[in-house]
Design a protein around this ligand. Structure first.
Ligand code: HEC
Ligand code: HEC
Length: 348
């Protein structure tokens, strides 16, 4: 009797240890999966990550997207094998792999901070609401209030080199600048001046009723961004490499305080439709509030400074969220930077 009982207990023990073995195996497999996903190169979008970051996501898009077809960039494969085709292809390469050619250890010049144009102009400036170049060909040259001057495409590209890449631009007549301008204009070649283009630039999101909060944003950052962009916003590059896998968000290698993303509204619009990596305008991973708050957090941290005293020669044209005075209204720099913005906008 006691024997049987022992036997039974023994086989139960074996079953149990089998079970443990099995779950240990499952755990190891899961771990392996996690490692594989973390090491997959930056430019493949990973829908599976969406699941990981989905806990407080909302799928509603603030501004319903009007009917009509989403803009699509022309196909690179359609480019002819001519010198012009080659120039455009080189421009594409420079947008994608800017650091490799023009970064701190670039093969052509050392004139920028290690970021790629594509870090902010996703899929080489072709992604819907990924800060794409759809409208550039049809809207430039144009007068821009920031400089108070008429700007052509090369001037606009210079701006991103000096601000977003915290560096200097290649000379206007260099092959690199010519290639960038040719590529960017080729992207928008089928758009006519005045066309309404669905998916161009950045996704509009509604203003918050309250000020955007760096404190709330910090929690969003830790939960949804830090895994790639790092605890100190320093980004991630493999040891010995001068090229980022995950670009920095603040600190000495990030965009400077004269850059477009330093405006909290631009940052919020960019992340709403594009971050965490894998998010799209029709499958966003952040609520509007999370987008505003994480924008406030990231832009409250230290970064390189740019001398922007010559910007906005007509100060009444400063955007509502331009964080540096003087202003024509009575609101503080702090209020302009973080909001709430409604009253500022009403007074215009
Ligand atoms: C840190 C992010 C960032 C990086 C890196 C960056 N840009 Fe930009 N760029 C922006 C933002 C944001 C805007 C829109 C700014 C605004 O509307 O105020 C913009 C606007 C532009 C525009 C004008 C688009 C339009 O429709 O008017 C061009 C052209 C451009 N960038 C080219 C480049 C090129 C070329 C590079 C690389 C040399 C580059 N950018 C790197 C953030 C970036
Ligand atoms: C799975 C990794 C991953 C996560 C998580 C992630 N990002 Fe990114 N992020 C990237 C990569 C990769 C790029 C560059 C995309 C490219 O070059 O195609 C990028 C680019 C950016 C950029 C523009 C470039 C720059 O460095 O300024 C911003 C801003 C940004 N992410 C903000 C965020 C925020 C905010 C979150 C959290 C809500 C977030 N990201 C979560 C991988 C990630």
């Amino acid at each position: 009797m006691k024997r049987d009982h022992d036997k039974e207990f023994g086989s139960l023990l074996i079953k149990f240890s089998n079970l443990i073995g099995l779950s240990a195996l499952t755990t190891m497999l899961l771990l392996l999966l996690v490692v594989i996903f973390r090491l997959t190169p930056a430019h493949t979008y990973l829908p599976d990550l969406n699941q990981v970051f989905q806990n407080s996501a909302s799928n509603e898009v603030t501004e319903p997207i009007a009917d009509g077809e989403m803009w699509k960039a022309p196909d690179l494969a359609s480019l002819p094998a001519t010198p012009e085709g080659d120039l455009i292809r080189y421009g594409h390469e420079l947008v994608k792999n800017t650091a490799q050619h023009l970064g701190p250890e670039g093969s052509v010049l050392h004139i920028s901070n290690g970021m790629n144009c594509q870090n902010c102009h996703l899929d080489a400036g072709t992604k819907p609401f990924g800060n794409n170049y759809a409208l550039v060909a049809s809207t430039y040259p144009k007068v821009r209030a920031r400089s108070g001057m008429e700007e052509d495409v090369t001037k606009r590209v210079e701006d991103c080199f000096e601000r977003s890449l915290n560096g200097t631009a290649p000379a206007k007549d260099s092959k690199e600048m010519q290639a960038l301008a040719a590529y960017i204009q080729w992207i928008g070649k089928d758009v006519k001046r005045g066309d309404k283009v669905k998916g161009s630039g950045l996704l509009n999101i509604e203003l918050l009723e309250r000020a955007a909060s760096p404190e709330l944003g910090k929690a969003v950052y830790i939960q949804k961004c830090q895994v790639c962009h790092g605890e100190e916003g320093e980004g991630m590059k493999p040891a010995g490499s001068a090229v980022y896998v995950y670009p920095p968000l603040w600190g000495e290698n990030s965009y400077n305080d004269g850059a477009g993303l330093y405006r909290i509204s631009n940052f919020a619009k960019y992340v709403k439709a594009n971050m965490p990596l894998g998010a799209t305008y029709d499958n966003p991973q952040l609520t509007d509030e999370e987008a505003w708050d994480v924008a406030a957090y990231v832009n409250s941290l230290p970064r390189p400074k740019k001398d922007i005293r010559k910007d906005w020669p007509d100060i009444s044209k400063k955007p509502f969220d331009h964080p540096f005075g003087p202003y024509t209204d009575g609101f503080s720099e702090e209020r302009h930077k973080y909001g709430p913005y409604q009253k500022i906008k009403e007074e215009r």
